[in-house]
Design a protein around this ligand. Structure first.
Ligand SMILES: CC(C)(COP(=O)(O)OP(=O)(O)OC[C@H]1O[C@@H](n2cnc3c(N)ncnc32)[C@H](O)[C@@H]1OP(=O)(O)O)[C@@H](O)C(=O)NCCC(=O)NCCS
Length: 150
């Protein structure tokens, strides 16, 4: 049975093992460790206590930010990313966020499709923001207006 539950620092080894395989530009242990605290809401999707994917969110003042979302490579394409992003949006609404924001590499078509499918729209670009294999690539900033924005 699948279960989405809050992550703790005890999950960092499992987070790292998913992140280093699935993400071409993985977070380090130090980054994971620094992203726990009262401003953060971080959840994992588990099956039989095995972590299959996760997201890291932050809520400050009136906005939420999606800092990372990643699905174990052999579990991608099965709807888990959609489930976690839906959970992130619901958590943002629970906190009465007016908008949810994220940044994504322009080359990350799977992620951009996922975000667009759930209503995020491109709100801006930072040209040549990220280093990449080919040199530099743009960051696309995406925004989802939430129901507390009125
Ligand atoms: C991006 C990611 C989270 C998507 O998770 P996922 O579980 O594979 O995605 P889902 O199965 O829930 O698919 C949801 C939607 O995402 C898009 N998508 C997913 N995989 C895709 C692919 N290979 N090509 C194009 N679009 C894709 C589609 O819009 C899809 O909807 P559809 O099935 O109706 O077409 C996953 O690929 C991943 O972990 N990537 C590596 C880490 C990463 O890049 N994270 C985002 C930046 S921090």
């Amino acid at each position: 049975m699948m279960l989405i539950k809050a992550l703790t620092t005890a999950d960092i080894p499992a987070l790292l093992s998913i992140e280093t395989v699935a993400n071409r530009y993985p977070w380090t242990e130090g980054v994971f460790t620094s992203c726990f605290g009262s401003q953060y809401f971080n959840f994992g999707i588990f099956a039989n206590d095995q972590l299959l994917g996760f997201y890291f969110g932050q809520f400050i003042a009136i906005e939420s930010q999606l800092f990372n979302i990643c699905i174990r490579r052999d579990q991608q394409g099965n709807g888990l990313g959609g489930k976690l992003l839906t959970h992130f949006i619901a958590q943002s609404e629970q906190r009465e966020a007016t908008e949810a924001w994220l940044e994504v590499r322009a080359s990350n078509v799977s992620a951009i499709n996922l975000y667009t499918k759930l209503g995020f729209i491109e709100a801006g670009r930072r040209p040549n923001y990220y280093s990449s294999a080919g040199g530099k690539e743009d960051a696309i900033m995406m925004c989802l207006p939430l129901r507390f924005s009125n």
